[in-house]
Design a binder for this molecule. Sequence first.
Ligand code: C5P
Length: 292
Amino acid sequence: MKTTENAYAKINLFLDVNSKRQDGYHGITTVMQEISLCDSLTVTVDREASERKITVVTDSPELSLAPTDNLAYRAAQRFLQRINRDANIGISLEKKIPIAAGLGGGSSDAAATLRALNRLFDTPLSDGELSALAAELGSDVPFCLHGGTALCRGRGEIVTPLEFDADIRILIAKSSDEIKTPRAYSALDKKYSDFTAERAAAEPYFCELKEYISGKRGKIPELYNIFESVIFDECENARKIKEDMLSFGACAALLSGSGPSVFGIFDSDSALLGAKAEFDKKGIKTFSVHTK
Ligand code: C5P
């Protein structure tokens, strides 16, 4: 049996860290938005196999296929453990989402694997069970299962869908900086003794974004991501990309997740294409996408 599944990337329209938790994670408040940039997975299953075997192949030379690192592999492994079945699973992964870019590519591949397998095994897990399994794989995986626009709390795994029908044009530009998420969180811990003052500073941005999403405000407000305050100190390229994005005509621009991708929101195709051409001239890789 065989199925294909798209794994869509995400951006964060708002991201604030509220607390450092006992379990080593951070309490966050984030608004995630699914975008049209996607990986494509083809998943095959031999349900009659007597042994448990999982194989992942990909067209991406950068992606680690080590079972401990690859989130699609781990998703398949956890799924079989959870339903207590042996099977032969093959996953072919066509990568379009840049790796370790703050766009949720690995998380989305894991979520797509779970969706595909639940379908191929005739829905053994309910939506709630699938979300719980997703949360074990990573904080962003439950959002990626759901997609759309959502307010995510806890360590990111508590997902509340938001109604948002705007079709927004987005340009993503990726600097070549390498940023590891745990290191980005450590940098925040070093900078802020607790997150109380920053929470107060972030609140007006959150309120304005909620008004925009609910349609009470026509123009996109200025956006907020607490990671900018540490990542832009370390990665001059990412800071410059944000400045350029705004000077090339974006209505708003923000670092996505812990970076290094920066996205810009444009109010016309011509403005977006103009900005894209400017980044092309500088040799900076861009992706022209829209909200899903
Ligand atoms: O949940 P995920 O495996 O994607 O998280 C990767 C790492 O990012 C965690 O091990 C942790 O260091 C950090 N993290 C965090 N707080 C969050 C999410 C991630 O500290 N809410």
